[in-house]
Write a protein that binds this ligand. Structure first.
Ligand code: FAD
Ligand code: NAP
Length: 336
């Protein structure tokens, strides 16, 4: 379906009211191939949109927006201990988690309730509660936006990193991901060591948890801590947690012995939310936007803020964290 000069307000979780010159909702691969070859002739810029839960729009889109709605979940391989499933890029991520949890397949229960679609999950190697997409990733299919070539990517070809992949770096805007395959366990190995999962399971009265219990615990924690985008515009964590050299951390620890820190590939990961909070931003309202009162890392639109106002707020936060700690924050959200 083609729509012209359409508002994207309901298609991004910040609720930013920008306009797309053309919006196309694509439901099949054939349709997609046709649109790509047609658009190649016109040479219009293309923006791919999933659930819009990791986007900050600062301007109208003067080109084509493809809303990826490729559906379907299928088993592609199965043996005694594992099952490989392939999901269309337009499937809601949480719907996929619920599907797998209901079968008792383990691996993505800690990633429950992450907004957005399957196709965007590899973009930043989504992660939460000690698990990342790469831990269960098998492969993906993507189509080159200029040539229409269908390509298969293995995990190593995606070069997953901390909230990173090749699709956010060297291949940014080059491919549209059409399907993602995951390899899950039939005899799950639960990871409940992170944060409040154990306490939440205890408060649920669960002593021998199943994948479903862990998923429920994660959902309960997330609902209690994070603002619901349907009620308060946001895109989750606005910044990545910075990973710094050990030497810099040793210096910081002398001035801030209570600073939370976690080992990360021979370096040290700091909690961006803590750094922002120490700079006095937590709960602060600036015009129509602000830093959320429960989680400083989440910037929110209190209603009617523009993308540029939120971008400016993020720059002010980055400057004050740098001036205080000498640590450079990096945005996780995709700015358009
Ligand atoms: P969009 O926002 O639509 O797009 C994001 C980027 O991917 C854009 O650059 C877009 O062009 C590109 N893109 C989208 N689909 C495709 C495709 N099929 N092919 C190629 N490019 C594509 N993230 C986490 O990692 N962990 C969390 O725990 C987490 N919690 C969140 C909580 C809340 C309340 C919110 C609002 C967000 C949270 N996020 C989290 C961020 C976000 O949900 C994820 O990054 C999610 O994967 C984005 O999916 P999306 O479909 O909404 O992508
Ligand atoms: P939290 O539990 O309050 O912890 C704060 C930060 O410390 C997190 O960002 C986390 O890093 C880090 N951390 C805590 N315990 C850790 C451990 N045992 N090992 C390594 N790192 C640890 O965080 P929260 O805000 O409530 O979020 C809970 C989880 O959901 C986190 O994994 C977070 O990434 C994820 N989440 C992500 C988004 C997003 O938009 N990206 C939004 C909401 C929640 P990590 O972030 O690296 O895990």
């Amino acid at each position: 379906m083609t729509e012209h000069n359409v508002s994207l307000r309901n298609l991004n979780t910040f609720g930013l009211d920008v306009t797309a010159k053309v919006l196309l909702r694509i439901g099949t691969l054939d349709e997609l191939q046709e649109v790509i070859s047609d658009n190649f002739r016109k040479d219009e810029p293309v923006l791919i949109l999933g659930g819009g839960s990791n986007m900050l729009f600062t301007r109208n889109v003067d080109g084509l927006v493809i809303k990826n709605e490729l559906s379907g979940i299928a088993i592609t391989h199965e043996d005694e201990s594992t099952v490989t499933i392939c999901a269309g890029a337009g499937v809601s991520w949480h719907e996929l988690v619920v599907h797998c949890v209901n079968q008792g397949w383990g691996g993505i229960e800690n990633l429950s309730l992450i907004p957005g679609n399957v196709g965007a999950a590899p973009m930043q190697n989504i992660g939460a509660y000690g698990v990342e997409l790469k831990d269960v990733f098998h492969s993906l299919e993507a189509i080159h936006l200029k040539t229409g070539e269908l390509r298969h990517f293995t995990s190593s070809e995606c070069t997953f990193g901390y909230r990173e992949s090749i699709f956010k770096l060297g291949l940014k805007g080059v491919y549209i991901i059409t399907a993602v395959s995951l390899k899950l366990r039939k005899q799950p190995q639960l990871d409940i060591s992170y944060g409040a999962i154990i306490q939440e399971l205890e408060s649920m009265g669960v002593h021998s948890p199943t994948v479903k219990d862990v998923s429920q615990a994660v959902i309960r924690i997330r609902r209690s801590k994070l603002p619901d985008p349907a009620k308060l515009g946001n895109a989750g964590s606005f910044f990545k947690n910075p990973v710094i050299e050990n030497a810099q951390f040793e210096g910081l620890k002398k001035s801030y012995p209570e600073m939370p820190a976690y080992p990360s590939d021979k370096k040290v990961k700091l909690a961006a939310g803590w750094l922002i909070e120490q700079c006095g931003w937590k709960g602060k309202v600036v015009g129509k936007s602000g830093s959320h009162r429960n989680q400083a890392l989440v910037l929110v639109n209190y209603g009617g803020a523009t993308g540029n106002e939120i971008l400016q707020l993020s720059e002010d936060i980055m400057r004050s964290v740098f001036d205080t700690f000498g640590v450079q924050l990096e945005r996780e959200v995709n700015v358009y």
